[in-house]
Design a protein around this ligand. Sequence first.
Ligand SMILES: [Zn+2]
Length: 475
Amino acid sequence: MNVIVFSSLKELSHQLERERRYRCESHRQKRDSNNGGGSLEDGRGEPWAVIQIRISKGWSYEDIEVFQDGGTQYAQRAGEAVLGFGKNGDHFTLEDESAFKLFAIYCALALHYSRIYTLLSHKHMKYQVAMDVLNYHISCSDDEYKALLKAPEIAENLIPADFDTYDFCCYDYTEHLPKLFIKLIQETFTNTFEMRKLCRFILTVRKNYRPVQYHNWEHGFHVGHSLWQMIRKCKFQFTNLEKMALIIGGVCHDIDHRGYNNDFFKKLKLPLAALYSTSLMEEHHYKQMITILHAEGHEIFSFLTADEHRLILDYIRKNIIATDLSLYFTNQKFLTGLIERKEFNPEVGAHRHGLLALMMTGADLCAIAKPWHTQQRTAKFIYDEFFMQGDEEKKRGLQPIPMMDRHYQDDIPKNQIGFISFICKPLYTTLSVLLPGTKRLLDGTITSMDKWKVEMEEQKAAREKATKEQSARAE
Ligand SMILES: [Zn+2]
């Protein structure tokens, strides 16, 4: 707002009237030319003020009221001032001038904040509408929900024989996974959860996994299942909230994964990288899970007290973030140090959190410990996804790391052996010291490494044979 100081009330009054007419006219023209007019929220219109002068008491006082955005019927009053004349009653004094300047600044600020408030409130409404649409689309369909709710328990003859072992592979049972999830939840927590909410929740979680090669719903299920196995097979005294945060956090830990790792988003400066500085996909998975939990009919933790609710969300967040493999190395070092010094104490918060985080990493990588057939199938999914990222990076002018470059796909056995020696074997060794009930995972990992070594030898022999045949043909 410009501040103009007038030498007399008459002059001020005329100027304000001219200003008001001019603004009314320009607003009308703008509205006509925009077919409905510029509005505050679409940026086409400008906020403007109507200043009204009203003689209130005789000739010696004037009320000045400032309104925003045309007319007074729906306008917000931004300010009000009463100006008095000097002794002579025919001119403004210096005090009047400075008071009016101050008043004008106040009005300008009031109008400015009023405009921001209007914009914010409009954006909030837009956000609410978008959330309604999003909630509708992220939710499972009513038909599948009703079908599951009608018969949530899986028939005995449909339960896979190895379901209660670490070896279970869900690839051939995808249609039964929601019921199998309900089975493991019911077995662990009896009737703690409301069945209606549990059914809707797990179907919506499934829907929110993308159909990527590896980080999909089946992978999420494997992780939740492995954590359930760890809880069942280990004598460790987990609290109920910890168990819920492990199993449910495990099933949800990769929701909305797009098949690209964190580096991809950073290298290409994609919006997710701007939102989070570290563990960006993991933060996103957690946020997606919270969105589902807040959606109508999905509030599976509504039976908890406010404190318990806060606590379980904190546990789940920590668990999901722990699946960022870059955080594993520090945690592994921390726990092995405690074991070596015989200082591990599950009653100490940091020790306990380290163990839970290691369980999450162990469950996330569980495919490496499963029987060879499952291991081979999973490795194919993993590398298909890696190569897809590599292809995308090449398309965008970047050079992928060799592991993601399909040009080096013969290196898969070598990469797998390196991955097991460097990460998986130390991980499951530490885990089986702290939780002996996870020893099967260590044994499975060692078996997988032996198999990959055989695979590498066979590949080498086949290559040598091909080279010999080629040179024989050349001779
Ligand atoms: Zn994962």
